[in-house]
Ligand binder design. Sequence first.
Ligand SMILES: [Zn+2]
Length: 204
Amino acid sequence: MVLSERQKKFIEYVNKENRKEIDVNDGEKMFKYIVLNLFQLYLLSTKESDKMQVAWNIHSIKPHLKDNIKIWHIIEDKDEYKCLLYKKQEQIESYAKKNQERRHQKRDDFALNDQEWEEVKRYFGYKCAYCGSESKLTYDHFHPFSKGGGFMKGNIIPCCRQCNSSKRDRIFNEWYPEQNTIYDESRKNKVLEYIKSNKQLTLL
Ligand SMILES: [Zn+2]
């Protein structure tokens, strides 16, 4: 790392500024303090990963605040700065991609498969678990999806389209007793028994 005279002077200047007392309530001074130290850290960083992180921090300053920075010239090698930002961006994207792949993998591991769907339909006699209708069966999330219930064995209950859209993301124990026309004590117990015997952790 070779620093120019101007850069060395800048580093000294920041060291001197840092010895002064700062008023943390003075937003403008605090901003100046942070920016000076970020630029100084950028110049002093010898490890690429460190320099990359500092470059990213500088880059992440909000645009309207960035306009107030008058010391951009202290970063003399603009190509290196841009290159570091580019690398950091790539690193962030690749992390995000890996995370997404991991999440998908996890979901697939737990997802209800065809055989499990067949089993749960058989358990409920190929009828809607809530009203007993024999019309086309749909997947209902017993613990609503929006509240963290997963698409997995132990949380998916077969029910007709009508019950499914009526229940939506409501809690079974609150929704079902209100359904005067379809409510049935033995059906309720069967559902609760099924859930109890296939207890699954919800995603939340
Ligand atoms: Zn139904």
